[in-house]
Design a protein around this ligand. Structure first.
Ligand SMILES: NC(=O)c1ccc[n+]([C@@H]2O[C@H](COP(=O)([O-])OP(=O)(O)OC[C@H]3O[C@@H](n4cnc5c(N)ncnc54)[C@H](O)[C@@H]3O)[C@@H](O)[C@H]2O)c1
Length: 318
């Protein structure tokens, strides 16, 4: 519940979850994963079979101005989760059966080979954010090997949808257009993104979490790390200008913007930003083979859901 963006939006989401859950099925603990004692306490109290960590400092550009937040949440915080998983087996306890965590397509850096495959070498991150996500995968590998913790990292590709993150382009563009401001389209629009609708991410996590990588003992008598990484992306990169056109059409359709809105007056083509990459494109064949699933929601359908949600959203003043 940190204030990286409007906390009211996080509170609204939380209230929705609380309204849909019974007291026994959902407990909210306000705190930071960088607080080791708190994480230890939660693990010893709840003894989770399944750990899904999505908490992180997200965003590529913010890591240029606020690097500390990334080290605190993504490195120290993630390390605390791994340590808690490790100690969940103390005293012969059954402990954690599967740790699932969010990685990111940003680990592919300026990879020129497309589509991006989990077999590609990803040792060249071009932002601190990407470096922390790649570090999570490395730390998880070491802990899987040392302590036999089944872990799966999911590399998400540009996730969007209702109640999404206001710092992401589709949301920020919408805020600006509604406020009559000008949107900046990076790399003069020559960017392609594999946009992934939130429900597809949820479905992917749901399927993956129930199938932990198997624990196997190797010939040396030591665990073969029960470790896996998957891409979750739409496998259908969209050109940024086409994306903006669909967003405009859907904002008009939902009544967020008037049908005579002069978009040309509110658009500016600008150069590439540091840390950005020209294309992201997920190869999801492994996800399909192992879980019979790959994201399929079209950009128009997803942006329609976003636009309809946005119509009822109380935008903060800025
Ligand atoms: N949205 C995307 O396009 C995208 C793409 C790739 C990966 N991811 C990853 O998916 C996960 C979820 O991202 P999101 O887009 O929903 O972002 P988000 O910022 O909405 O969600 C992350 C949440 O983690 C919380 N958090 C941050 N530091 C914390 C800490 N130290 N302790 C406890 N909570 C903390 C934040 O308050 C926030 O609510 C993140 O790990 C992110 O890196 C997102």
């Amino acid at each position: 519940m940190n204030d990286y963006y409007d906390v009211r939006l996080k509170e609204e989401r939380l209230n929705e979850i609380l309204a849909q859950s019974s007291k026994s099925s959902f407990t909210f603990v306000r705190g930071s994963i960088a607080d080791k004692e708190l994480i230890k306490k939660i693990f010893s109290e709840y003894k989770p079979d399944l750990v899904i960590n999505l908490a992180a400092q997200a965003g590529v550009r913010y890591s240029i101005t606020n690097p500390d937040a990334y080290i605190e949440s993504n490195i120290i915080g993630f390390y605390n989760i791994l340590e808690a998983c490790r100690h969940s087996y103390d005293n012969g306890e059954k402990g954690v059966e599967h740790l699932v965590y969010a990685s990111s397509s940003s680990v592919y850096g300026a990879n020129e080979k497309i589509p991006y495959s989990t077999d590609d070498k990803v040792d060249n991150p071009i932002s601190l954010y990407a470096a922390t996500k790649k570090s999570n995968e490395l730390l998880a590998h070491a802990y899987s090997k040392l302590y036999n913790i089944p872990s799966t990292g999911l590399r998400f590709f540009t996730v969007y949808g209702p109640a999404g993150r206001p710092d992401m382009a589709y949301f920020g563009f919408t805020d600006k257009l509604v406020a009559g401001k000008t949107i900046e389209i990076f790399n003069y629009g020559n960017c392609k993104r594999d946009f992934t609708y939130i429900d597809d991410i949820v479905e992917g996590i749901y399927r993956v979490m129930r199938h932990a990588p198997e624990r196997v003992i190797g010939r040396d008598g030591l665990p073969v790390p029960p470790y896996a990484i998957y891409n979750i992306g739409n496998s259908h990169p969209e050109n940024l200008l086409d994306f903006v056109t669909i967003l405009q059409e859907e904002l008009i359709r939902a009544g967020v913007l008037p049908s005579d809105y002069d978009f040309e007056q509110h658009k500016k083509l600008v150069p590439m930003q540091p840390g950005d990459v020209p294309i992201t494109y997920a190869d999801t064949s492994a996800l399909e083979e192992d879980f019979g699933f790959s994201p399929s929601t079209s950009l128009r359908e997803g942006l329609r859901q976003f636009a309809e949600w946005y119509r009822g959203y109380q935008r903060p003043h800025f």
